[in-house]
Ligand binder design. Structure first.
Ligand SMILES: [Ca+2]
Ligand SMILES: [Ca+2]
Ligand SMILES: [Ca+2]
Ligand SMILES: [Ca+2]
Length: 200
């Protein structure tokens, strides 16, 4: 046994065996936990547990460009309202309550949506290129029922265009089987017409 211990000592290695004490083994074993957090370098305190042990990465808002300390993230030119800087690029904010199509999340903390530089649009309006446009004056069939703006019965009640109604000429069905539906059926005089069949 003495000869074995001497051999280990000669090669300068440390073999942990049942009959050999290995006082330095514990001190060279990687810390296998992020608790407590071993990452204490300024702006680099995010700990991730990898196979080789904890790895430290930059705090949110800081970048590791491979050239020394984590540096403050910045986007040049500065991001527009409704965006934030992420890994050097401007990306859209996402509010807790998703903003409507065309609107931007101006402030995540207060869940604030905007249409362009103005406030969020009322339900009757769409945000189009940063401007609130009333669905009943935009010249668009917003609900896809074929009837546009004033011709859509939904606009008679203030809008927005909400979809099909109950009359034969606004129900999405080819009631008379001639291949034409609602607005596209020449037998429909308007959306409130309740007879899609030809009149004789
Ligand atoms: Ca419309
Ligand atoms: Ca419509
Ligand atoms: Ca119909
Ligand atoms: Ca028809």
């Amino acid at each position: 046994m003495r000869r074995i211990v001497q051999l280990v000592s000669l090669v300068g290695a440390c073999f942990c065996a049942a009959f050999v004490s290995c006082a330095t083994a514990e001190s060279t074993t990687p810390v296998a936990s992020c608790e407590p957090n071993p990452c204490t370098t300024l702006n680099r305190t995010v700990c991730t547990l990898a196979a080789s042990g904890p790895e430290c990465s930059c705090d949110p808002g800081f970048l590791d460009d491979g050239d020394g300390p984590c540096r403050l993230e910045e986007c040049l030119p500065a991001c527009f309202v409704g965006q934030h800087c992420l890994l050097g690029s401007c990306v859209p904010n996402e509010c807790p309550t998703p903003c409507r199509a065309g609107e931007i999340c101006a402030d995540v903390a207060t869940d604030l949506c905007q249409c362009g530089t103005g406030p969020a649009c009322p339900d009757t309006d769409d945000c189009t290129e940063g401007v609130c446009v009333n669905e009943c004056t935009d010249g668009i069939d917003n609900d896809g029922d074929g009837w546009i703006d004033a011709a859509d019965p939904d606009c008679a009640t203030g809008g927005p265009e909400k979809g099909y109604g109950t009359t034969q000429c606004n129900d999405g069905i080819d009631n008379d089987g001639d291949g034409w539906i609602d607005f596209y059926d020449p037998d429909c005089s308007d959306a409130l017409d309740n007879n899609e069949s030809p009149t004789t």
